[in-house]
Design a protein around this ligand. Structure first.
Ligand code: FAD
Ligand code: NAI
Length: 474
């Protein structure tokens, strides 16, 4: 059967479902196509982020943080409890409950906004026709004035450690361990490796992270990465091996032996579980017919311009399937921009003000340029930093690790970057995002009144420190 729509979206992750809702809100007759089936055969909405990404990982991070606090932190406050125990199945059930609440919430939002849902795999054909093949083999054709491609991404696999869904797993498997692995290996000290490595380390796993690069968190500001590395390895016992290139793996009964090369030569480690977290790649397989006209770039992303237009007029692509950081909020903002453009409005996105957060404890968050980037680009800058150790609220909460660092243009005083390592950094970084978005100067932050006692006072002091005016410095 054939249907006509003004907008058809393929993929219901945070990029696709937000684009669909926005297009419908702007009065467009909109459809969305999703192929993801749960174990019970029902379609699930919300993509990677809601089903196996942002939300379930944060649920486990929060639970495991509370557990670690109960084990190691209560005593400092004079709270004496019996040795806490962990009920992993209950923790996973809580996580699954949150996922199911949110994914059905997305289905409800789509319905409530009048978006027509099609269940099956969508393929873009020539002339903006989307073919939807259902799980039962049924075929529907959607003729679209505009198509938004939002098929997202999937984990990268590496030949030495093929995942088996049992002992060697990707991030999805690492959200499902039914008991705490005694020894957990993680390949990749990136965002997933650090977040999911932290979850299981807090619950009692001995975690070894094998990272190919010599530099820890190369994308983050060097000073922040250095602080974080020290905290994770010295205070939290994560065994992060830099410059460790994995070359092979072998199943040994229920365990796996991993071979890797580092500066000293070849080494082997045995793990109960191994998580492969070496990046994600755009997913386009079987989603574009040969005559669709949509071109990919050399890395397999759908090629788009600054406003997410593909090489075919009326076809847009957003989220993980296009260049830029693979982040839910980046995809959602692109989705909104494209819906506005389709509705005939002027819209653009400020890619310079997309925040990054790593939800470890303490959290790492940044927006804008790092000091290393400013140096490489030859931009004359000034810098101010302030440690949480000198913040009253941080002492009261026992969260004194880390710092806020702010970078500003040496001539114009404009804020160019904010970098935070500290408890609650994910919330505090919004101040940096607003500063960048509003083109604030460091002086604007200096002249702003911050509530006392708050962790955010470190933002104020870091801004003051740029001109050597911090009040509480030693
Ligand atoms: P996706 O969320 O991947 O959604 C794409 C959807 O399209 C999927 O539902 C897929 O089934 C569907 N689809 C694909 N092809 C077709 C087709 N042909 N027909 C029909 N449907 C199709 N980002 C953050 O910003 N913050 C976080 O805290 C965070 N945590 C993460 C934790 C983990 C463990 C992982 C794996 C990722 C995390 N991310 C996080 C990244 C985030 O999940 C992605 O950036 C985000 O989901 C991308 O959104 P998207 O809509 O582009 O794609
Ligand atoms: P990543 O790109 O963050 O990190 C991958 C790491 O693996 C890198 O440090 C890389 O050097 C290393 N690596 C690559 N190949 C290797 C090998 N053969 N041996 C050892 N190390 C190797 O990718 P990750 O962690 O898989 O996450 C994928 C994406 O998901 C991220 O880019 C991020 O955008 C998104 N994400 C975001 C989160 C957030 O915003 N908090 C949380 C989780 C994921």
């Amino acid at each position: 059967m054939s249907h006509q729509f003004e907008v058809v979206v393929i993929g219901s992750g945070p990029a696709g479902y937000v684009a669909a809702i926005k297009a419908a809100q702007l009065g467009k007759k909109t459809a969305i196509v999703e192929k993801w089936l749960k174990e019970d055969g029902e379609t699930t909405w919300g993509g990677t982020c809601l089903n196996v990404g942002c939300i379930p990982s944060k649920a486990l991070l929060y639970s495991s943080e509370l557990y670690a606090e109960a084990v190691h932190g209560f005593d400092t406050h004079g709270i004496i409890v019996n040795a806490p125990k962990i009920d992993v199945p209950k923790m996973l059930a809580r996580k699954d409950g949150i996922v199911s609440q949110l994914t059905s919430g997305v289905a409800g939002l789509l319905k409530g906004n009048g978006v027509t849902r099609f269940e099956g795999k969508g393929q873009l054909k020539a002339n903006k026709v989307v073919e939807v093949i259902g799980a039962d083999g049924s075929i529907e054709l959607l003729e679209a004035e505009n198509v938004i491609l939002a098929m997202g991404s999937i984990p990268v696999e590496i030949p030495p450690t093929p995942t088996d869904g049992d002992v060697i797993v990707d991030s999805t498997g690492a959200l499902e361990f039914s008991e705490v692995p005694k020894r957990l290996g993680v390949i990749g000290a990136g965002v997933i490796g650090l977040e999911l490595g932290s979850v299981w380390a807090r619950l009692g796993s001995e975690v070894v992270v094998l990272e190919a690069m010599d530099k820890f968190l190369a994308a983050a500001d060097g000073a922040i990465a250095k602080d974080a590395f020290k905290s994770f390895t010295k205070d939290q016992g994560l065994d992060i091996r830099l410059g460790a290139r994995v070359t092979g793996s072998e199943r040994k009964g229920k365990k796996v032996e991993v071979t890797f090369q580092d500066a000293d030569g070849e080494k082997k480690e045995i793990f109960d579980k191994l998580v492969v977290a070496v990046g994600r790649r755009p997913y386009t397989q079987g989603c574009l017919s040969d005559d669709s006209g949509v071109k990919l770039d050399e890395r397999g992303f759908i090629f788009v311009d600054e406003q997410c237009r593909t090489t075919v007029p009326g076809v847009y692509a957003v989220g993980d399937v296009v260049r830029g950081p693979m982040l839910a909020h980046k995809g959602s903002e692109e989705g909104i921009m494209v819906a506005e453009i389709i509705a005939g409005h002027n819209a653009q996105m400020n890619y310079d003000a997309v925040p990054n957060v790593i939800y470890t404890h303490p959290e790492i968050a940044w927006v804008g340029k790092t000091e290393e980037e400013l140096k490489a680009e030859g931009i004359d800058y000034k810098s101010g930093a302030f440690p949480f150790a000198a913040i009253g609220r941080a002492m009261a909460a026992n969260h004194t690790t880390g710092q806020v660092k702010i970078l500003a243009d040496a001539k114009t005083d404009r804020v160019l970057g904010m970098h935070i390592f500290g408890a609650g950094a994910s919330e505090m970084i919004a101040q940096g995002v607003i500063a960048l978005e509003f083109a604030s100067s460091a002086e604007d932050l200096q002249l702003t009144c911050f509530a006392h006692p708050t962790m955010s006072e470190a933002v104020h002091e870091a801004a003051l420190a740029i001109d050597n005016k911090a009040i509480h410095k030693m």
